[in-house]
Design a protein around this ligand. Structure first.
Ligand code: GDP
Length: 529
């Protein structure tokens, strides 16, 4: 193994790459804006939202996006803060929720989970959390909107544990809530961060205290809240989990922070603590063993493909997570699946406001590559010895439609369009065994509309979509004879790699199948198959 230039190693060690997971409206955009604001990447909070109407979102199929006022595009944002280089991977969350969102998590080294204090753990958070769990990455929780009245903090922690199956360690604890919200008590630093309404851009005010029992807290918060804080903190100390860095690093214990993103309260404390605990890029599994980010030359994998971000180009953009070494503009690298050299001439990095051409990037960063149709999700690019990163997993879609072409004369165009668009990964393609019918599966139903629109606009093909009653897909593994016997049933389809997949209309049906076929295992994703 080669020794790396120490400057490069320093650059890699600075990287922190994470994704925010949450349910729509919990405050992900607001939080992202505040984080970018701290990094000086934007001058004023508010730019991230504006991005939704920016000039990049004007290509024609994105008319859908404009009409609905939501963001189909998503990207990565980066900024420097306190000696760190931070990459935030955007995870689309509204109706445009798609498998991409899951897959983006495979490019993250940590996740930040935002929970609305009034709503608790919501559906989309659960789904995204499961993917993080599967990968064993650390998960940091920010309970948002403490300026509003919400659930009791103990109740929330109990809910996190019950619903998500993860233990928690509150790093700080709220003093009051809603109109009585006074601030948070930092359990580690023994200080109180004071909340002042409308203090969006002002300096954070910390009051050093000797502990929860310090009368200074009583002066600020009043006797009742002070007493309540003392009771609650001593309960946490006695009955709560201990702080354990190893459990945090492996995603078994989540540090919890309370705050109010819109008021910029608790955000910096969160960021500072997060940076202390979140990992720099670590070794990743590959076909030749673990790839160390520091000692290996450049390598990375494509985790997402996006079409037509810039209306001036019909090309796609492939998003690459760099996993080792250093990347330089113009570099010729090995495209392992095609066994071919490709020159990466104009890589893009994604800022909050604009796209910029990058000259140099390091392990941990995400770059966008112009894709004339040579990249697929999961492709590995590398320098030196050839290897491939683990296959990109597919996840269970929740909506299914049979797709046919309206005009049989256009069958060829239809096949080509379907193959190319499903390669981008937001729509999964299945085929039935007996008839070879095409079935599409999506995580968010808007993807059907986008696909229909694009097939028409880009391939000149009209399609018919017939919704099927399924809601769940499971990759089936195990006794081959049993699987072969099941093939005649319409519920069994195969994915693009010919792996058998069983479709179910309900959890109940799935449980029945699990009971009925003890020799088979039913996988929620294709990870590791
Ligand atoms: P996203 O859908 O998760 O990206 O959520 P947004 O960041 O767009 O926030 C959803 C709504 O909640 C917006 O109206 C925000 O202004 C609001 N919001 C975000 N953070 C807070 C907060 O700390 N307190 C209150 N009261 N509202 C907030």
């Amino acid at each position: 193994m080669s020794q790396m230039n120490p400057k490069w190693a320093e650059e890699i060690a600075k990287r922190r790459t994470f994704a925010i997971i949450s349910h729509p409206d919990a405050g992900k955009t607001t939080m992202t804006e505040k984080l970018l604001y701290f990094g000086g990447a934007i001058r004023e909070a508010g730019v991230v939202k504006g991005r939704k109407n920016s000039k990049h979102a004007t290509s024609d199929w994105m008319e859908i996006e404009k009409k609905r006022g939501i963001s189909v595009t998503s990207s990565a944002m980066d900024f420097e803060y306190e000696g760190h280089h931070i990459n935030i991977l955007d995870t689309p969350g509204h109706q445009d929720f798609s498998e991409d969102t899951y897959r983006t998590l495979t490019a993250a080294d940590a996740a930040v989970m935002i929970i609305d204090v009034a709503k608790g753990v919501e559906a989309q958070t659960i789904k995204l959390f499961k993917v993080c769990r599967m990968r064993g990455i650390p998960i940091f929780t920010f309970v948002n909107k403490l300026d509003r009245h919400g659930k009791d903090p103990f109740e929330l922690l109990e809910e996190i544990e019950r619903v998500l199956g993860i233990r928690s360690y509150p790093m700080n604890w709220p003093i009051g809530m809603g109109s009585h919200f006074c601030g948070v008590y930092d359990r580690h630093k023994s200080r109180v961060e004071l909340y002042e309404q409308g203090s969006e851009h002002s300096e954070i005010k910390f009051v050093e205290v000797t502990g929860a029992e310090d009368p200074l807290i009583g002066d600020r918060a009043g006797a009742d809240l002070w007493q309540q804080l003392q009771d609650e903190v001593s309960l946490l100390d006695v009955a709560g989990d201990d702080f354990n860095e190893e459990l945090i690093a492996t995603g078994q214990l989540t540090p919890v922070f309370f705050g109010s993103a819109i008021n910029n309260f608790g955000v910096q404390t969160f960021l500072d603590n997060f940076l202390e605990m979140a990992p720099a890029p670590t070794a990743k599994k590959s076909s030749i063993g673990e790839i160390d980010p520091y000692t290996r030359p450049f390598s990375g994998f494509v985790f997402k493909i996006q079409a037509n971000m810039n209306p001036a180009h019909r090309d796609r953009v492939a998003f690459l997570r760099i996993c080792s070494g250093r990347f330089e503009r113009g570099m010729a690298v090995k495209h392992v699946r095609l066994n071919k050299e490709v020159k990466l001439a104009q890589p893009l990095q994604f800022m909050a406001q604009d796209r910029a051409i990058v000259d140099e990037s390091f392990a941990g960063d995400v770059i966008g590559l112009f894709d004339p149709g040579i990249f697929q999700i999961g492709d590995t690019l590398c320098l030196g010895e050839s290897f491939e990163y683990e296959e990109m997993p597919h996840f269970s879609p929740e909506f299914f439609s049979k797709v046919t072409v309206k005009d049989a004369m256009k069958h060829k165009q239809f096949q080509k369009g379907i193959m190319q668009l499903t390669e981008e990964g937001t729509v999964q393609l299945f085929r039935t065994f007996p008839m070879d019918d095409l079935i599409l599966g999506v995580v968010g139903v808007l993807q059907f509309e986008v696909l229909e629109y694009r097939l028409k606009a880009e391939y000149g093909v009209d399609i018919m979509l017939q919704r099927l009653p399924y809601q769940i897909a499971r990759w089936v593994d195990g006794d081959k004879a049993t699987i072969d016997q099941m093939r005649s049933r319409s519920q069994i389809v195969r994915d693009r790699y010919d792996r058998p997949v069983m479709l179910f209309e309900s959890e109940y049906q799935l449980r029945m199948a699990v009971d009925k076929y003890p020799k088979l295992t039913f996988h929620e994703s294709s990870l590791g198959l």
